[in-house]
Design a binder for this molecule. Structure first.
Ligand code: 6PG
Length: 236
């Protein structure tokens, strides 16, 4: 991985877009991708978890002109808790993006007891058209945490069980691997708020964090000025 040009503000892989409203920019980008999807097949969207993702999905649910009957929702990562647990990504996705739109899109939640089955499901629905990714304060993305190699391409898997060895991120997890993420046509990171500044700065400096590792057909970083802060904002 080449060290990034310090005078050029861009992640090692992909393009960075500075936006005022990350959820709105995400919703508009997804609506365009659905409209321009390859002809004749469903649009496969792999969803993320967390507060930024929920705000993005609320905006997406309100976006006009999306043919939800053509959308299949997958999950990029999950916490190994009951499906209706407040910490379950699938509970948020179901509430906002399945029950919140008409007609309800096909939804394929993860089940931590069925990792091989989900690996097969992802294989049967590759390439994922758009995978939505968050940036954790520690530089994790999906549920691939710093120092965790189970998500590496060498695993030969599309879906694995993971855990954050530091304990900072709760629950055993299940996650798409880099092989599954990198096979997606588009990967979109949404980074909002000053709490993400340090992680974003580390990514832009080229540190080998999981989020900096993502390739995919196209990688787009939607970031607001709060996350960029003064120092990075001057370069944008
Ligand atoms: C998870 C997410 C995780 C999340 C980031 C950002 O299950 O926790 O998939 O990767 O996207 O941690 O979360 P916030 O937007 O809540 O900071």
């Amino acid at each position: 991985m080449n060290a990034p040009d310090p005078d050029r503000l861009a992640p090692t892989h992909g393009e960075l877009r500075v936006v005022d409203d990350v959820p709105a920019a995400f919703a508009a980008l997804v609506a365009t991708e659905v409209r321009e999807r390859p002809h004749g097949r469903p649009f496969r969207l792999a969803c993320s978890g967390g507060a930024t993702a929920e705000a993005c999905y609320l905006a997406l649910a309100g976006e006009a002109g999306i043919d939800w009957s053509a959308v299949e929702l997958l999950v990029g990562d999950e916490r190994c808790v009951p499906a209706d647990d407040a910490d379950a990504n699938q509970a948020m996705i179901r509430r906002v993006l399945v029950e919140g739109v008409t007609p309800a899109p096909a939804f394929f939640p993860m089940d931590c007891g069925e990792v091989d089955a989900y690996d097969g499901l992802v294989a049967s629905r590759s390439p994922i058209d758009l995978i939505h990714l968050g940036l954790g304060p520690d530089g994790h993305t999906a549920s691939i945490f710093p120092g965790d190699t189970t998500g590496d391409p060498e695993s030969g898997r599309l879906v694995v069980r993971t855990v954050d060895a530091t304990g900072r991120n709760p629950h055993d997890r299940m996650s798409l691997t880099f092989a599954a993420i990198d096979a997606a046509r588009v990967a979109v990171f949404t980074v909002a708020g000053e709490a993400k500044h340090d992680a974003l700065a580390r990514v832009l400096r080229g540190e080998p964090l999981p989020a900096a590792r993502v390739r995919a057909g196209r990688v787009v970083w939607l970031c607001d000025r709060e996350a960029l802060g003064e120092d990075l904002g001057r370069l944008a």
